[in-house]
Ligand binder design. Structure first.
Ligand SMILES: [Zn+2]
Length: 429
């Protein structure tokens, strides 16, 4: 006999087992950009997804919890896979989420994402001014770059050409020390030499537009590419090159940037930023901003990957055109010896830390075969060196007369004045 029997039929029925607790989703840490809506800064935060909220954790250790039900998405402000949200209709705060996983989590679980504010809910003016500053920062530093990357992928070749043409004029103005744009060099004999280089390379280039080379009368040792296949070479670069093959090799590198659409992304980013600032300030800030951004394009600092990609493209293009890729290396090597890694000199051509690796890569690409080279005849090379007009004897110590052969070993040191003069756009004498 047991005590339990005493309860008899009056004992309560066994309580049913409690329903199993739903497994909480595993928290995953991802990062996003946070704008507080009051200051112009963009702050990197880690976000943790919870079943009914997202947790924002700041570098300072502070945390914010945004309930999923309060989240509203800002339309059309991120690329397709990301999302931009704010914690409620009236909030000036923004969170830019690029991680596809957490964007999906928000899209699937935040029920009022797409809800528009009621008509009576007139946005408060208080705080709007600082909110506008934050919005501009958000657009220029976060959204314009995202959109530029996207747009560069879809921009048709004609669009790239138009963008390049528009930028070219701005850049010529930005480079000049007075109001008039810096001169294009167009002496007919020199132009014929340019045409010969264009033909040699265009025969091997697979782009939706022909490569067009222009020379600007500027002493900076520089070259850069514009969207749509326009390559700009500065007179200073031709002055410092020891032969036409070196000039052609640098041009091939720039064509690599065009093929990879690096300048297109850059120009779209600048154009987007100018557009946004122009909308806000009208012409007031336009001139200064334009100069600043043109400067950015001329001294384009592409990513390491972009530079390596342009070099790889150039090696391949030069080989196909029967030109030794080593000329990229010889040119860079001399530039590094002459100028070191001085900021601003040579713009993106030599001033970055991987110069040594690039020189070696060019030598490797050269290996194992002989090349025809002979990009220009001696007479064409001499003409190219005077495409901006006769070189004044006092220009620099490196001046060569047309019949003065460029010797590979006995190459003369240039005027030392050059080593510290052209350090930027304002380096005109
Ligand atoms: Zn480059």
């Amino acid at each position: 006999m047991s005590d339990f029997d005493d309860h008899g039929p009056t004992s309560l029925p066994e309580p049913p087992p409690p329903p199993p607790e739903p497994e909480p989703p595993k928290p995953v840490e991802v990062f996003a950009d946070y704008v507080d809506g009051m200051t112009a800064g963009v702050e990197r935060v880690s976000i943790w997804s919870k079943p009914d909220a997202i947790l924002l954790r700041f570098a300072s250790g502070d945390e914010l919890t945004w309930a999923l039900d309060d989240l509203r998405a800002l339309p059309d402000q991120a690329d397709a896979r990301g999302i931009v949200v704010k914690p409620g209709h009236d909030s000036l705060e923004r969170l830019i989420v690029r991680d596809p996983g957490i964007a999906i989590h928000i899209r699937e679980n935040a029920k009022r994402l797409g809800q528009r504010p009621p008509v009576t809910n007139i946005p408060r003016i208080a705080g709007w001014a600082s909110g506008a500053v934050a919005s501009v920062a958000l657009i220029i530093f976060v959204l314009v770059p995202i959109m530029a990357n996207q747009l560069a992928t879809y921009l048709p070749p004609e669009g790239e050409r138009a963008l390049g043409d528009a930028t070219f004029g701005q850049i010529r103005t930005a480079l000049s020390s007075d109001a008039s744009p810096v001169s294009l060099c167009e002496k007919p004999e020199g132009m014929a030499a340019i045409t010969a280089i264009e033909k040699r390379l265009n025969a091997e280039v697979d782009l939706p537009y022909p490569v067009e080379i222009a020379v600007l009368d500027h002493e900076l040792v520089n070259a850069f590419a514009l969207p749509g296949g326009r390559i700009i070479v500065f007179r200073g670069l031709i002055d410092d090159a020891q032969n036409a093959e070196e000039v052609t090799a640098v041009i091939a590198h720039e064509i690599g940037h065009v093929a990879n659409r690096d300048p297109t992304r850059d120009a779209l980013r600048s154009a987007g930023s100018i557009g946004v600032l122009g909308l806000l300030f009208g012409d007031f800030a336009g001139g200064t901003v334009m100069l600043f951004l043109a400067n950015q394009l001329v001294n384009a600092k592409y990513s390491q990957a972009a530079e390596t990609g342009a070099d790889a493209y150039a090696h391949d293009l030069l080989q196909r055109a029967d030109i030794d890729p080593k000329w990229i290396g010889t040119f860079f090597e001399r530039m590094v010896e002459e100028y070191g890694d001085a900021e601003g000199v040579m713009a993106h051509l030599s001033s970055h830390p991987q110069s040594r690796a690039r020189i070696e890569a060019a030598a490797t690409a050269s290996g194992g075969r002989t090349y025809r080279n002979e990009v220009l005849t001696d007479a064409q090379w001499a003409a190219l060196r005077e495409v901006c007009g006769p070189r004044p004897a006092s220009d620099d110590g490196n001046d060569k007369s047309p019949d003065d052969d460029a010797e590979e070993e006995g190459w003369e040191e240039p005027d030392t004045r050059r080593q510290d003069a052209p350090t930027g756009l304002s380096g005109d004498n």
